[in-house]
Design a protein around this ligand. Structure first.
Ligand code: C2E
Ligand code: CA
Ligand code: CA
Length: 290
């Protein structure tokens, strides 16, 4: 069922129920994929991507189930659940920046967001390390509602990213109105850029347009070193894709916390004070999004 991409209302209802059950019984998991600088030196943030455990116990991407939940109208509950799990992560790791996908359908100030927004309001230092990715592919049900949602999150300190730029039906006017802090250029432009000079020029122009819309531009779909090079030469300074890292359950920021704790214990035993992160050789290379 998880791999079936045909649209059928009964299957959609079953798929969205399966996803809600996965939330309830804890079998929806988050995998993480970093956004890297083109030189591989810095991480902008780690994007959370949903995975579910299917009937056979295998771990599956949740994209098809999420698409069904969007059609049925239950995606808001999933998005709020995942966002709260990401907030848990941000609370536990004081240096990392993390990103979450919010479907266009969920991007409105529905009363169900009240508790999550209150959590963000109470902890600006967490909100500042959260990137909320709103996908461009879904047509925003209401532009004024999406603008109000984006503005509220931005007021709380979050960054707003437009996902899959160039793949959806949203007009530039609508995207400009959201005042994105980040635009993510869809991976199809990366794939095309190696095919012909004309498609390379399209990638270059898409990046330039995205740069005109927002201060930070990420290019997706960097699968090979040739992609890395072509994207960098077209102006893509932030990149994401399998070349850098596949989505993974590993949380590298947790090992940094462990290192800090180990260091603190060692220094305590030696009677030294913990001076700070600088004493850790593999200190995080997180870039603060300000
Ligand atoms: P997205 O936000 O554009 O996420 C990127 C997708 O591309 C992910 O697929 C990722 O695994 C895949 N990907 C990453 N690097 C590469 C690459 O180099 N090459 C190729 N071919 N693919 C790459 P995934 O995890 O299957 O997610 C698919 C879509 O499902 C996401 O697209 C996002 O729109 C949606 N999604 C995933 N998790 C969530 C969630 O928790 N909430 C919501 N609302 N949507 C989600
Ligand atoms: Ca995304
Ligand atoms: Ca994307």
């Amino acid at each position: 069922m998880f791999n079936d991409v045909t649209v059928d209302p009964v299957r959609d209802a079953a798929a969205s129920t399966a996803l809600l059950c996965a939330v309830a019984d804890g079998t929806i998991l988050l995998h993480w994929q970093p956004v890297m600088s083109a030189d591989g030196e810095r991480i902008l943030y780690h994007e959370a991507l949903s995975r579910v455990i299917d009937d056979d116990g295998a771990l599956m991407p949740a994209g098809n189930l999420i698409a069904a939940a969007e059609r049925v109208g239950t995606i808001g509950a999933i998005d709020r659940h995942n966002l709260n799990r990401v907030l848990d992560e941000l609370e536990a790791a004081p240096a990392v920046c993390l990103g979450i996908n919010i479907s266009a359908d969920s991007a409105c100030l529905h009363p169900a967001w009240t508790r999550t927004l209150a959590r963000l309001k109470a902890a600006p230092q967490i909100a500042q390390r959260l990137v909320v990715e709103i996908t461009e592919t879904g047509t925003l049900p209401s532009l004024p509602a999406a603008i109000a949602f984006a503005n509220e999150l931005r007021t709380l300190g979050c960054r707003i990213a437009i996902d899959d730029f160039g793949d959806g039906q949203a007009s530039i006017r609508r995207l400009t109105a959201l005042k994105p802090d980040i635009v993510k250029v869809d991976r199809h432009f990366t794939v095309g850029a190696l095919h012909s000079k004309a498609e390379y020029t399209i990638l270059e122009r898409m990046i330039a347009l995205a740069q005109a819309l927002s201060p930070v531009v990420i290019v997706e779909g960097v699968e090979t070193s040739a992609h890395r090079e072509v994207v960098e030469s077209a102006g893509g300074t932030w990149q994401q894709g399998y070349y850098w890292a596949k989505p993974s359950p590993d949380r590298p920021w947790r090992s940094e916390i462990r290192q800090l704790k180990d260091l603190a214990v060692r220094q305590y035993r030696k009677g030294e004070a913990l001076v700070g992160h600088a004493s850790i050789s593999s200190a995080p290379r997180f870039t603060v999004l300000r």
